[in-house]
Design a protein around this ligand. Structure first.
Ligand SMILES: [Zn+2]
Length: 153
């Protein structure tokens, strides 16, 4: 039995696809539809629409198609713990236009939680570094030891 989705036919891709802020449910549906309901990393059934950059970094919630990745449970955890980089996830999704929260710059790379990735492999704390979810994910990813204070040469 298939669920009726009255809006599905109306959501045509356009030149601006991926750029507009979406409602939460539309975000979920479009992210999963983009990869035909499959995890972008392993092609098993996707169960979540992952925010490539954490939604708490966005004042508007970050529900942009280009900030979403369809993932299975295992790969969702790899995304949350930053074992998978945002660059790898975007590549797997075929995303070429990067969505960034205000105050972030394309000149730098960031992890999922908005912490800055340095060229030397270390990381500098971002605005969510003290956030409980962020700390738990980074601890699970085994990367807390990589952090140096902001501005460390
Ligand atoms: Zn997967």
């Amino acid at each position: 039995m298939s669920r009726v989705r009255p809006n599905a036919c109306l959501e045509r891709p356009s030149a601006s696809a991926g750029r507009g802020l979406l409602a939460r449910e539309t975000f979920h549906d479009q992210v999963l539809a983009r990869s035909a309901g499959r995890c972008v990393m392993c092609a098993s059934k996707a169960v979540d629409a992952h925010h490539i950059l954490e939604r708490k970094l966005f004042p508007d919630g970050g529900f942009y198609l280009d900030n979403g990745a369809a993932v299975c449970e295992t790969h969702h955890w790899d995304c949350e713990t930053t074992r998978l980089s945002v660059a790898e996830i975007r590549r797997a999704c075929g995303i070429t236009r990067i969505v960034l929260p205000p105050g972030f710059t394309a000149a730098h790379d960031y992890d999922k939680w908005g912490n800055r990735l340095r060229a030397d492999g270390l990381r500098e704390p971002g605005p969510l570094f003290e956030d409980t979810g962020c700390r738990r994910a980074l601890a699970a990813g085994g990367v807390l030891g990589l952090f140096v204070p902001k501005g460390t040469p």
